[in-house]
Design a protein around this ligand. Structure first.
Ligand code: HEC
Ligand code: HEC
Length: 300
């Protein structure tokens, strides 16, 4: 604040206070004018036959005003208020914010601190930590993965032991913190409809479903040439690419003949948003433990 504005505020504040004092003290006594009856206590204003009394303020009211004036004086000495004068107590709003933040951090450290250093394998035995996990999962993950983590069309089930990107505590934590991106090119234009049909038949067979054996045999060759690089020669998937295991009957999309053909023809582009910019590390750690717990319980 420049000196001018600082002075401006100081002068304005002091003049206002002085005026208030003057109004207060100048009206303490009833002004009795010579030419009037000393017994007459009215101001002389009459309206509709109603006269206005000229009484001083009640005593308690007057002292209340005096008290507020004293308070104002003490306040302006102690706290910032008079222009750029900082007040003798050295209080600042930034200082108060820092104090509050420190308090909040202390409370937060109490609830998360212990857990953030605990290995995920141990965290799953901490009922309170898992309760916090339930709440955080509901707030941040349930929209996509379902309230129970059971997944949905295109959103993986997190409660089973089938993982696109691996189910170790580290792999789960990585999925959550860094996000994941599962991509498969559209094979329709590359392979043509006949090959899409045959390779889909092969995938159908791989997963243990009924399919046309002759067609599937043709598809096997197409698979080795085009799909094995990601899904593995045996079709068991690759967690480095998030390429699903095609030999089980667990489907991220639709596992019917038409569903498989559709996916193969059109390709996929699926994203798990990275949480590391949205959630603190200790929260991610707890969430990873919770997801691990969900699948761990399923396996037992
Ligand atoms: C906007 C939707 C969305 C939200 C929100 C979301 N996810 Fe995901 N998540 C996905 C998708 C889609 C995938 C699959 C990505 C892929 O196929 O590459 C995935 C994959 C995962 C995986 C890997 C699964 C596997 O099989 O390897 C984990 C673990 C996971 N999410 C946990 C979480 C957690 C914990 C949260 C909450 C913090 C969360 N996700 C929030 C959409 C979401
Ligand atoms: C570049 C690597 C890559 C190649 C090559 C590839 N895929 Fe995929 N495929 C993926 C990924 C990654 C996903 C999962 C995408 C996601 O996360 O949503 C996937 C998903 C699928 C699915 C859906 C599985 C489910 O659970 O619903 C089918 C079916 C499939 N691929 C079949 C094929 C076939 C058939 C070929 C060969 C013509 C092929 N893929 C080639 C990477 C690949």
């Amino acid at each position: 604040m420049s000196t001018f504005w600082s002075l401006w505020i100081i002068v304005l504040t002091l003049v206002c206070l002085a005026l208030t004092c003057w109004v207060l003290f100048a009206n303490r006594k009833v002004a009795v004018r010579d030419d009037e009856d000393p017994e007459n206590k009215t101001t002389g204003h009459v309206y509709d036959g109603i006269e206005e009394y000229d009484n001083p303020l009640p005593r308690w009211w007057f002292y209340l005003f005096v008290a507020t004036l004293i308070f104002a004086a003490v306040y302006l000495v102690a706290f910032p208020g008079m222009g750029s004068f900082k007040g003798v107590l050295g209080w600042t709003s930034a200082g108060e914010l820092t104090m509050d933040q420190k308090k909040a951090e202390a409370i937060h450290a109490e609830s998360f601190g212990v857990y953030s250093k605990m290995p995920i394998e141990e965290l799953i035995d901490q009922p309170r930590a898992m309760k916090m996990g339930v709440r955080m999962f509901a707030n941040n993950c349930a929209v996509c993965h379902g309230a129970d983590g059971g997944g949905n069309f295109s959103f993986p089930n997190l409660t089973d032991s089938d993982w696109l990107y691996g189910g170790s505590p580290e792999q789960i934590k990585h999925s959550i913190a860094e996000g994941r991106s599962g991509q498969m090119p559209a094979w329709g234009p590359l392979l043509g409809e006949a090959n899409v049909a045959s390779v889909s038949e092969y995938v159908l067979k791989l997963s243990g479903q009924d399919g046309d054996s002759a067609l599937a045999e043709q598809g096997a060759a197409v698979f080795q040439q085009n799909c094995a690089a990601c899904h593995g020669a045996d079709g068991a998937g690759n967690i480095l690419l998030g390429a699903p295991n095609l030999t089980d009957d667990i489907w991220l999309y639709d596992g019917s003949r038409e569903g498989i053909q559709h996916v193969v023809r059109n390709g996929l582009n699926n994203n798990m948003p990275a949480q590391k910019d949205m959630l603190r590390e200790d929260k991610i750690h707890l969430l990873a433990a919770y997801v691990y717990y969900l699948s761990y319980n399923e396996e037992e």
